[in-house]
Design a binder for this molecule. Sequence first.
Ligand code: HPA
Length: 283
Amino acid sequence: MPLSMPNASGPIPLAAYEESAAFIRGHLKETPRAALVLGSGLGGLEEEAESAVRLPYADIPHFPQPSLPNHAGTLTCGRLAGCPAVVLSGRVHYYEGYDMPTVAYMTRVMHLLGVRTLILTNAAGGVNEGFRPGDLMLITDHIKLFSDGPSRGGAPTGLGERFFDMSRTYTPRLRDIARCCAAKGDIPLREGVYFFMPGPQYETPAEIRAIRLLGGDAVGMSTVPEAIAAAQCGMEVLGLSCITNLGAGMLPDAVLSDEEVGLTARASSEPFRRLIRDVLTSL
Ligand code: HPA
């Protein structure tokens, strides 16, 4: 008997993803064109959805439950800025104790629903010395040096190949649309590389310096597992970060906290929402 077998606890079976998708499909009036994942402090946009149907995650078979108070755990289907969309208010994170396939679960369900465009939003720490709290950043690429990932052990058939390309994960076409919408709406939009850290602790000052040396412009604890699963099943991804704070050690007396992250994200939500609305209209 080998000491260790791949996927000893068993992969999530395709049937589970399909049951989740079938339940959601039963409440849809049309196939959504986009799915939008709202990060910490960025909720509220779902309230603008027209002809909306709201499904608590707890009602959707197999859907993971966010354990954080600021992650609502509601799926809204409806038209947002004219675009048939699904809004996921609340995601689950690796640092909550979920494994990576569970963190990417909702993404794979969105693929089975026929969603082609995934918009991932997050709160992130600024690492680039030119960034300020409140800045919005278009994610151009990511770095994940952490070994675990949602595709380790393979994804079920129908959810992508074992080996897959990550050269254009943050789809150039969607980045162009975001740049164009930001310019038209007079919304300053930074651009940069998002560096994934597993958390839940914020980084040390030495880690922030290392991330900068490695090419990271912002750091956060979400988004990358979902972007990887999306790339694996061929979805287009747009990633937007709200820079809520400067990375550890960048301001001499700063103490990083979840409260500060939430406050800054909420304070910057107006241009963020406007940008997302305009992007949805342009899809
Ligand atoms: N580090 C990691 N994740 C974050 C940060 C940070 O500074 N700010 C918001 N999310």
